[in-house]
Write a protein of this length. Structure first.
Length: 221
């Protein structure tokens, strides 16, 4: 998944070299201060170079926690990247940290026919219901396994299974019992197991639903 132009290009290179890998391209909110028309031209050309290997646009959005880019610039470029994702007919992977209200307002004004995912969801159930009403998916990282993540436990226990995904956010946010260590795809089973426990269902049910959801939104074989 891209966070800037070089990483987006690298993601596409990997996807073109390995049939089991697909790419997402985009510019993270930390890096949008220097984005310009040339950047968008680059992303368009990058997509055109390998449309079958690029399955999503992201990671894009708003981050009001670290404030590496001014809020006004983040909002402007989030909207611009949503427009480009719509042009390219790609689902969107959304980064949202401490920016629920602005994120929701922008998303509400950009209906995304290809769908969108709230990546590494970290908000409460009230916000979850609002984005679900917009048709978005909610994706859980290893944070849902943390003992003090009470709000996230409520979300995981109550949202519809057909709107749920699991992820690594690797190499960060490894689930218990690997918390604090390097995260990797194999660890998602622990994330799925905790969600199953919270919902009172089997891990197989969670795995089946989240796999089906991922294949649907990313148009995977």
């Amino acid at each position: 998944m891209g966070i800037d132009l070089p990483s987006s290009e690298k993601a596409v290179e990997l996807a073109c070299s390995h049939p089991q890998i697909f790419a997402a391209i985009g510019v993270h909110p930390h890096d949008v201060e220097n984005i310009d028309n040339k950047s968008y031209s680059f992303l368009r050309k990058l997509y055109a170079s390998a449309p079958q290997r690029i399955k999503a646009y992201g990671e894009i959005g708003l981050d009001y926690f670290k404030n590496y880019s001014p809020h006004s610039v983040q909002r402007k470029e989030f909207a611009a990247q949503l427009e480009l994702a719509r042009e390219l007919q790609l689902p969107v992977i959304i980064h949202n940290r401490d920016a629920d209200n602005d994120c929701y307002d922008i998303l509400k004004s950009f209906p995304l026919r290809q769908g969108a995912i709230m990546h590494c969801f970290g908000s409460d159930y009230s916000f979850a219901k609002k984005v679900l009403e917009l048709g978005l998916y909610i994706s859980f990282s290893g944070v849902v396994t943390f003992k003090n993540a009470a709000d996230l436990h409520t979300v995981a226990a109550n949202i519809p299974l057909d709107r749920m995904l699991v992820e690594t956010d690797g190499p960060f946010l490894a689930p218990v019992p690997f918390r604090g260590k390097r995260n990797e795809p194999a660890h998602t089973r622990h994330t799925a197991a905790r969600i199953a426990e919270l919902r009172g269902i089997s891990i197989e049910e969670v795995a089946s639903a989240t796999t089906r959801n991922a294949k649907k939104i990313f148009t995977l074989p």
